[in-house]
Design a protein around this ligand. Structure first.
Ligand code: 3PG
Ligand code: MG
Length: 324
């Protein structure tokens, strides 16, 4: 994987920058979490300083959604975007994006001299703008992409005790990840909607997940809408002992507004002395900036949700392979 710093960007060069501005919006249409926008700014500034023109591309929501509200918000807030930056429409408006059509990849590649992937959080998708474009023009990794890669790779060589906290939904898709981390971690807490399913399932050898001594479930009612105080106390004890903590996914029913357990956990992680790696996309929209800053001072907050899980399970992503 080559860094953007190896690209030798010159005056007048056009640089296609794939970002992930698939940001959560509030009910009134405001951007609820600016992390993914901010993650791309260093790369955009770097290109402009070299005299190049960034051509920014992103997907947003479903295929029909317009990216304009996000671009307008970003341009108002970040001056670096105002002059000399071009934007294209939501990539997913073209079915060739998700269909990974060669024709669409060529069309995108024709708009620039080189390509930079600054969208680690969507690099688990084999879409045209992720894996197709690098076949046609020289391709590089952006600053934020490289930071994600480096920090998440640290999870494969953690300090101990290593506490893994996994929340969210769809346990079936997360089972391989849990099995892998039962080998690396010392404690694996399974919360949120995951816990119910996990308590009923067996691993690939047929052993019930619940029988593994490393597994910790919420205390009391595992079908509860949010983590209760006993569960948070137990987590607090484990967090105090841990040297390394990895957290992905909410502890409560996030969609229905049960965010208290997730927020409480984020505060405990901010105060902890461990190295802390956190991800989970939309989950982090509820976590206050000052808490995130505190966590970042002794750890790393990933912009990725699904891509983080895939990277942790497989050690690579289609978007990484495409740059190699
Ligand atoms: C995300 O929000 O997780 C990424 O932008 C990927 O979006 P997707 O899940 O719609 O592919
Ligand atoms: Mg998603």
């Amino acid at each position: 994987m080559k860094s953007i710093e190896e690209a030798n960007i010159k005056e007048g060069m056009r640089v296609l920058v794939r970002v992930d501005w698939n940001v959560p919006l509030t009910e009134s249409g405001e951007v609820a979490d600016t992390s993914r926008i901010e993650a791309a700014l260093q790369t955009i500034e770097y290109i402009k300083n070299k005299g190049g023109t960034p051509v920014v591309i992103s997907h947003f929501g479903r295929s029909g959604d317009s990216l304009d509200p996000v671009i307008n918000f970003a341009c108002k807030r970040y001056l670096i975007l105002v002059d000399g930056v071009e934007f294209l429409e939501n990539l997913r408006k073209n079915p060739g994006e998700e269909g990974n059509s060669e024709e669409f990849a060529k069309e995108l590649a024709s708009k620039a001299d080189i390509y930079v992937n600054e969208a680690f959080s969507v690099s688990h998708r084999t879409h045209a703008s992720i894996v197709g474009v690098p076949k046609f023009i020289p391709a590089y990794a952006g600053f934020s992409f490289l930071k994600e890669f480096k920090n998440l790779s640290g999870v494969f060589n953690p300090g101990h005790p290593f506490l893994f906290i996994l929340g969210g939904a769809k346990f079936e898709t997360k089972l391989p990840l849990v099995e892998k981390f039962l080998q690396i971690a010392d404690d694996v807490f399974i919360g949120g909607a995951l816990a119910v399913k996990a308590s009923e399932m067996s691993d690939s050898r047929g052993t019930p997940i619940a029988d593994n001594p490393k597994i910790i479930f919420p205390i009391g009612d595992i079908a509860a809408m949010d983590a209760n105080s006993e569960t948070l106390d137990l987590l607090s004890e484990k967090i105090k002992q841990a040297k390394f903590i990895l957290w992905n996914g909410p502890l409560g029913n996030y969609e229905k507004g049960f965010v208290a357990g997730t927020v409480a956990l984020s505060r405990m992680l901010a105060e902890s002395g461990a190295e802390v790696i956190v991800g989970g996309g939309d989950t982090l929209a509820t976590v206050k900036t000052e808490i995130k800053d505190k966590i970042s001072s002794h750890g790393f907050i990933s912009t990725a949700g699904g891509a983080m899980l895939d990277f942790l399970a497989k050690g690579t992503l289609p978007g990484i392979e495409a740059l190699n």
